[in-house]
Design a protein around this ligand. Sequence first.
Ligand code: PMP
Length: 372
Amino acid sequence: MIYLDNAATTKMSKKAIEAEVEVLENFYANASAIHSYGMESENLIKKARSYIGKVINAKASDIYFTKGATESNNIVIASMAADDSSALTSRLEHSSVYDAFNNYHYKKVVFLKNDENGAIDLEDLKAKLSKDIRLISLIYVNNETGSIIDIKAISKIVKAYDPNILIHIDATQALGKISCDVIDLGVDLMSFSAHKFHGPKGLGGLFVSKKALGKIKPILFGGRQEIISSGTQNHPAIVASARALEEVIEEDKYDYIASLNKYLREGISKNINDYKIISPNEAYSPYILSVAFKNIKSEVLVHILEDEQIYVSSGSACSKGTNNRVLEALGVEEEYIDGVIRFSFSADISKKDLDKTIKVLKEGIKMIREVF
Ligand code: PMP
C-alpha cells in the first residue's frame, strides 16, 4: 500500500499506540476523581500539557484539550460572536472555520483577499481593519495546497492597529511539521488535532493565551473539565498525542519529506503533460502537494490509483469534492479545477513508492484522456 493521504489523517505511531494502551490498561481512572488513582490520571494529563506547551512556547496552563481542531475552531468562533462583533478571515479556510462563521452570528464577517499562492494581501488587511473587528481567524498551513500564511506579518499589522483583536490560527496541518511558536507568531489562539501527526483521532487542543482566556467559552456545557471544553477527559488519547508529537519532533523528517515533494514534482513534470502545480513554490509545507491535471475528473483518477493500492485525495477529504471554494478562491481555471489531486506525505513513503505512483498516474491520465 502507498498511503499518500496524510493530510486527511495519519497512521497512528506504534509508540503512541503503546502509550495509549498502557494508560487504558493501567491508569484508567477518571482524571477528575479526587482519589489518588484519579490523580495519577490527572498527572499524566499535566505532563502531556506541559510537553505540548513547551513545543509551542506556551505555558502548560495555556493548553486545553478538545475533541479535535473542529471543536477548537468552533469554540473560538462561537466565543467571539456577538451583534457588535466583526471578524476577519479568508476564503481559504477549512470548513470547520468557514462553516462556523456561517452559523454563528457576527455583525460582519469580512474576507481578506488572497493571491493564487494563497498569500493574504497585507494592504487589503490594513484597509479592512476597523473598530468593530474582535477576531481574525486564519489557516496557518492550508490543508488543500500546503501554502503557509505569513502569520507573523499579519499579527504585527493587527496588533499595531488594535492589540485587543484576538488572532486565531488553525495550525492543524502545521503542528509537528513547522514551527508553531505562539510568541514568535504573535497569536492568541491556536487549534490543532493529534491525528495529523500520528496521534489518535478525536483528540485535539486549543492554545489560549491568558489575555484571551476570559473571552473563550465552551460550546458543550457540562463539567468544564478542560475549562473551555466539557466531558470526561480522554487522558489515554492525551498521553498518546503528546507521545506522537514528541516522536515526530525528535525524528524531524522535514528534509526527507521536502525531498519527496521535490521528487514527485519533478517526476510529474517529466512524465505528464497539461498539469498545473497548485501548491506554491515558496512558503509551502512540503507535506502537501496539490496538482491539477487538465480535463481530468479527479475522482476517476483516485479510483485508478486505488486499484493499485495508492491512496490520495481529490482536493480536500473534508469537502468530499462537493465544493471547490478554496480552489476557486485560488483562481484555479475551469479546465483544471475538477482534476485536482492532493498528495500528502509521511516518512513511511519512499522514492520507489513515488516512482510507482508516477507510472500509474501517467498511464491513468493517458487512458482517461483517450476514453473521455
Ligand atoms: N483544520 C484543518 C486545516 C484540517 O486539515 C482539519 C482536518 N481535515 C481540521 C481543521 C479538522 O480537524 P478534525 O477533523 O480533527 O477536527
